[in-house]
Each structure stands twice: as C-alpha cells, then as structure tokens.
Design a protein around this ligand. Structure first.
Ligand SMILES: [Zn+2]
Length: 545
C-alpha cells in the first residue's frame, strides 16, 4: 500500500520530471533566414561601412558572428554552383551542379542547372515556356533545407525567393513547399509543378497588381548626392555596359523610359529596386505562409539577384555598385525590423553570404597599371580545334571552352575511336604555350599537376566527371573572356571571386569575429549543428564554431 503521503510525493516527483522534461525541450529558432547576395564581395562590408545605416549590414556585423575569411573551395565560382554549395555544404564533384550551364559527357546533352522538362511553369502565361520548367532535379544531394524537412517529419515549412530561378530553387531544395522566382518577360513571380499546381492567393494578388512597377516608374537616382560617392570611379567613364548603344549610363538611370525598349521586368532586375521587390515578396511569404509562427522551425531562403546584374554591367568600382549596396543595406535593415516585430528578435536566425564575389573591370585595372587582360575563348577554341584536327584528322572535337574548361565532344571521339588520353595530352601541350594561362591541367591527372595545393583542392572539388570538361584552364589573375572590356565578371579561383562575406545573426549567436579561414561548405554544417539536425547528404564542411 502506498501511503497518502508517499502518493503525494510520487505525484510531486512525476510533476517535477514532466516539468523538467518540458524545460529541457530542444531549443530551436522559429525561423531560419538564409540570405545570399549574388556577387557580393567580402570587402563590400567594409568598403562602404561608413556609409551604411545602423540597421542593416552594420547591425549584423556588430551584433552577430562575422567570418572574415570565408572562401569558396571549388571551381568555377558561378551562381548556381554557389547556391548549391551554400545549402548542401558540398562541392560540384559531389553535388552535380558543375556550372550554370554544363554538358552530360556521356550524351553531349546541354543542361541548364535547374532545367527540368518533366515539370511545367505555374504562374507564367505559357506553362511550357522554359522559364517555368525548372526544379532542383539536377542537384544530386540533399540541402540543409531538405534535412530540416526530414528532421521534423515535414512539419517545417521551407520557401525560397529570388529573381533568378537558380537562386531560389537550389537553396529551397527538393522537399520545399515552394520556390518562387521572377519571370521578367511576364512580370510575374512564378513556380513550377515540382512544388505545386497553382500559385497561392497572396502571390496571385501580387502578380495581378504588379506592385513592383511603382519602383521603376521613378528613375534610378543615387540615394545620396552623387558627389559623395568618393569610393567609386566618376559616373561618366568608359568601363560600364550601356543599355542602349552610345546613350551612356550616367545617373539618373531613366528606368521608366528604358523600360519601353528593354522591358519593365528586365529593368527592375537591373536596378537595386529588384532587391526591394524581392524583399516585398519575402515579407508576403512570411506573413501569408505563417513562417516562424510556431515552434516548429521554418526556413526562408532569399537570394538577391540584382547585385549580380548590376556588378556585371557596371563593375566593382562603379557608383552604381556603391548605390546598390547602400540601398540594399537600407532594405535589409527594414527587413530585419520586420522580422523583429513579426517573429521576435531572439526567435530567428539569419545567415548572410554570397554565391561568389566579382572582379574589377579589366580596362579600369589596366588604366591603373594593374595586371589584367581579356581572353576571347571562342578564338582559342577554334585555334585548338584546328590544331587537333591536324593531329587526329577529326574536325571540331572541342565543343567549347565554357566554364574555364575544355569541353570535348566525347561521343565524336568515341565513335571515331580516337585516343582521348592523347587528345587531352595534346590539348594541354597546345594551350600551355599561351601566356594568358597560368596552368592547363588534365582533370584525370590532377595529382600530377604542379599547382599550389590550395588551387589543386579547388580544381578537384570542382571536377564532376559526369558534367565537367576534361581539361581545366586556369587564367592569370585579372584575365577574363570579355570582348568589349565593359562591365565585369567572375568565375575564377582568385580571391576577388572567391572571398565571400559570411555573417550569422540572431538566435543562438553571440557577437564575435574570426579571421580563421572557413569555407562556403561550412555554412550548412554550422546550421545543421545549431539546429541539431542531420548534415546534408554530401556535406564536407565543418561547423564554424
Ligand atoms: Zn554573375
């Protein structure tokens, strides 16, 4: 018999353990927000630091964890590869996204990273148009967002938002509730049947109103007086790509007028207003999909695509890039304030990084006596083809030199029973004679190549035997394929392309700075560790703290 006194004790002990079990419940943030700023160089955090407001980048830097030496650890440094790597913690050799556009070596089929002809567009006027036929099918491993879904038995919600399809789809992963991207032709935000059969009402309404048009009805003026843009080349210069030939691209950029010839959807992408539009849609998603509304962690991925378009067109030293970051800083600050109010300032975790950085304009460097140059890849491809044609009595066995690799027509080589090893050897020999190349490396013999260890690892990580070219071309610093030397680009191993910002902010993050080298592949590993969920299926990264 249990005495009444003992019974009371048992009840108290039971109550206490139930209570302590509750207090020991696993702590997770309500919402994780992954932010990728397309083409953001790490040094932009500091280049414009004094001009940033208190609520955007500076708030993240001053209250969060800043990894000062976050590096991309593969080649090539392109958008699709960057987004795939950030969210998988893996590298092209494993995750399968070898570039934005690549080839399936066995068949010669040309593949766009997120192309999927088995799905249809949702929200675009023609469901069979290319821009809607997109999915994460070509990504061969799980993302951190997939792992969150698996960890909570799919109770977590995952939504991806970006102007670019690849900036939305690859982060959101395979199991996402939705990824939305911008169809600049129709001016609609769209998705595909991979995710759902129709757009949610809130996005249909947004598309109907085309509320983003309010942004480009105004000209793109500078946020502050133009004479204060002392970190940039004077606005009138010859380094920038014009919208219309011989019309110049000085501030104010007449976005409304240019829309008439270039298209409104195109113009919003090319201005910082593309960032504002992206955040409007992200905010609507948080509100209408109830992201972060309960204790089951949700994940919102946001990628800002406009900084990449602006960087390509105007170059890193332009007042347009400076203005883009000042405006983005402001918009980001407003978005963090929105999250504070909606989710609670201690209930959400943000990371901010980029998919790749970007180089200066080549002519700008040359004019300032810094080594740079251009490299016409088609001319080099033709000349290599002529050389190989004489050696092997076969025309056009090189398809192209895309992605800084020699892409061979392997089916042709097989059908003609040519010696592929000998072809690669001759190609390395021929290309090595040109001074634009630092190294030319047969990718099947990387271990024999005399290249710095860091570069070797990047080459190995980037080499996917199913989808990569067979010979790697490493250009000298400052060299790009660029015919008119206007604007700028990225894709190389060099720090100006591969040194990326990495900030963690909010739930579970204490203010800190580290100069230790960490890698893009460490981001997903860090989030997995913080959430106590499984790492993505081919993650090779380590938590940064
Ligand atoms: Zn780009």
């Amino acid at each position: 018999m249990i005495s009444p006194k003992n019974r009371l004790l048992i009840i108290l002990i039971t109550l206490f353990s139930v209570n302590s079990a509750f207090s020991q419940a696993l702590e997770r943030p309500r919402l994780v927000v992954g932010i990728v700023v397309d083409q953001m160089r790490w040094d932009y955090l500091y280049r414009f630091y004094d001009r940033y407001g208190a609520h955007g980048f500076r708030r993240m830097l001053n209250e969060g964890l800043s990894c000062q030496n976050a590096m991309i650890n593969y080649l090539p440094s392109y958008t699709a590869v960057g987004h795939a790597t950030v969210y998988t913690g893996s590298v092209p050799s494993l995750h399968g996204i070898a570039a934005n556009n690549f080839y399936r070596n066995s068949t010669g089929e040309s593949i766009y990273c997120t192309q999927d002809n088995s799905v249809r567009g949702v929200g675009c006027p023609d469901p069979n148009a290319t821009q809607g036929r997109m999915s994460p099918k070509n990504l061969q491993v799980t993302t951190i967002t997939d792992e969150l879904k698996l960890a909570t038995n799919f109770r977590s919600k995952v939504v991806g938002i970006a102007i670019k399809d690849r900036g939305s789809i690859l982060p959101a992963g395979h199991a996402a509730d939705a990824a939305y991207w911008f169809d600049y032709k129709s001016g609609n935000w769209i998705t595909s049947t991979w995710y759902r059969e129709s757009l949610p009402k809130w996005l249909e309404n947004y598309n109907e109103k085309k509320s983003w048009k309010k942004y480009i009805e105004k000209d793109w003026t500078t946020l502050y007086p133009i004479e204060t843009y002392i970190q940039s080349t004077p606005d009138r210069n010859n380094y920038e790509e014009q919208f219309v030939e011989n019309q110049g691209v000085e501030f104010p950029i007449k976005s409304a007028e240019l829309s008439k010839t270039q298209g409104e959807g195109f113009m919003i992408c090319q201005t910082p207003y593309g960032n504002a539009m992206t955040l409007d849609v992200a905010q609507l998603a948080v509100e209408n999909e109830q992201l972060g509304a309960d204790k089951i962690t949700d994940f919102l991925t946001v990628s800002f695509s406009s900084p990449d378009y602006i960087g390509h067109r105007f170059g890193a030293n332009s007042a347009k890039v400076e203005d883009n970051y000042l405006r983005l800083d402001h918009d980001l600050g407003e978005f963090l304030k929105f999250l504070d109010a909606k989710i609670g300032r201690d209930n959400y975790l943000v990371f901010l990084t980029s998919d790749h950085a970007g180089a200066h304009n080549g002519q700008f460097l040359l004019d300032n006596k810094i080594a740079a140059g251009n490299w016409e890849q088609d001319i080099y491809a033709d000349s290599l083809n002529s050389y190989l044609a004489k050696k092997f009595d076969a025309e056009k066995i090189v398809r192209n030199l895309d992605n800084y690799q020699i892409n061979f027509d392997i089916r042709k080589i097989d059908s003609l029973k040519l010696d592929f090893e000998k072809i690669r050897e001759e190609s390395v020999k021929y290309m090595s004679q040109f001074s634009v190349f630092q190294y030319v490396v047969d990718l099947t013999k990387i271990s024999e190549a005399v290249v710095p260890a860091k570069l070797r690892e990047m080459i190995i990580n980037g080499y996917n035997r199913e989808f990569s070219g067979a010979v790697q071309l490493v250009l000298k610093a400052g060299f790009y394929s660029d015919s008119d030397l206007r604007g700028a680009t990225h894709g190389s191993w060099n720090p100006y392309d591969t040194h990326i910002p990495l900030l963690f902010f909010g739930w579970g993050i204490n203010k800190a700075t580290t100069t230790a080298e960490v890698h893009m592949t460490d981001i997903a590993a860090t989030i997995a560790a913080m959430l106590h969920i499984q790492m993505p299926s081919a993650c090779i990264g380590k938590p940064v703290f």
